[in-house]
Design a protein around this ligand. Structure first.
Ligand code: 13P
Ligand code: SF4
Length: 308
């Protein structure tokens, strides 16, 4: 079957079953094109809460589908690739977080949304890369913040807010590869280009990068908005490479330079168009969180969604 034939079948099944397809910007181009809503982690969570569909096919990694299921427990949330994980979500368990909290009883726990439901259940407030600054700034100034699990995003927030923070030692195996040397080398080669950097990147809290006048730190959706409103013609994209698919579609007159060809999230690529069709046909693989954990995990997500 061609991609078009698969997409036609997907569209028919979507109507029949009142289903919606949500996809992250890091999925394969043909999966992005089949989606009803394409977004970053925050946008996808918001959309999961708004939709009237009975079935959500979540094209992304496991923690994202789990978050959608926590937000919309009465909907059937399906993940097309059951084994799609995330190095950040795997870097801390609920038990480890509980022990950390015990050692720091006065700390407020801020968890990046890239965590398991079990970790969220022990969290005070969640954040994504799009709202992390607002979330941290909304917390009482005299309180220490325990930030999990991304050390790079945490260090960037710490620099921007000057807050007292302790950081868990986790990282995204894709963004951790994006170094200051790469940013400086590409900026030198393309002096007219803006450099758009995801705060999960290894270099996100380095002076040499933050002092570059053409460097901007954004979540994935933030990058899309920056390019749409900019008069510049060239952009260096320092995040997962597939983000460029949407940027090129929306801005055919602009040039996008990937920071490095290896900034690929293999987990996101496990979602194929064929697996999306199979998910709809067989209603597989359902992601459901035990109700006791779901109720606890919902509290920090709801707090986050109220902040922005
Ligand atoms: P955003 O979707 O918040 O940009 O985060 C990127 C990411 O790595 C998601 O897994
Ligand atoms: Fe996880 Fe990084 Fe892949 Fe996002 S890009 S899903 S943070 S491994």
């Amino acid at each position: 079957m061609t991609n078009q034939e698969i997409t036609d079948k997907i569209n028919r099944l979507k109507k029949e079953k009142n289903a919606i397809i949500l996809a992250h910007y890091y999925t394969r181009p043909e999966v992005q094109d089949a989606a009803d809503y394409l977004g970053d982690s925050l946008g996808l969570s918001q959309e999961a809460g708004k939709t009237n569909a009975d079935i959500i096919v979540f094209c992304g990694v496991h923690f994202m589908a789990e978050t959608a299921s926590i937000i919309s427990p009465n909907k059937k949330v399906l993940i097309p690739a059951l084994g799609a994980g995330c190095s950040l979500a795997e870097s801390i368990t609920g038990y480890e977080l509980r022990e950390w909290k015990k050692a720091n009883p006065d700390g407020i726990i801020v968890s990046y949304v890239n965590t398991t439901a079990e970790v969220k259940a022990w969290t005070d407030v969640c954040c994504t890369s799009a709202n992390a600054l607002q979330v941290v700034e909304s917390l009482p100034k005299d309180k220490k913040i325990l930030f999990v699990p991304d050390k790079n995003l945490g260090a960037w927030i710490q620099r921007k807010t000057g807050r007292q923070m302790e950081l868990w030692n986790g990282d995204c195996c894709v963004h951790e590869r994006i170094t200051t040397a790469m940013i400086l080398e590409k900026s030198h080669a393309y002096p007219e280009a803006d450099v758009l950097i995801h705060p999960e990147s290894n270099c996100s809290h380095d002076d040499a990068v933050l002092n570059l006048p053409q460097a901007f730190l954004y979540s994935t959706a933030g990058m899309i908005k920056h390019v749409a409103s900019s008069t510049k013609k060239q952009f260096i994209i320092a995040t997962e490479i597939e983000t460029i698919h949407k940027l090129r579609q929306d801005n055919p007159d602009k040039e996008f330079i990937p920071i490095h060809p290896a900034t690929i999230c293999g987990q996101m690529k496990k979602v194929t168009l064929e697996s999306v069709l199979a998910a709809l046909e067989k209603e597989q693989y359902e992601v459901k969180v035990p109700e006791e954990i779901r109720q606890k995990a919902w509290i920090p997500i709801e707090r986050m969604l109220q902040i922005r």
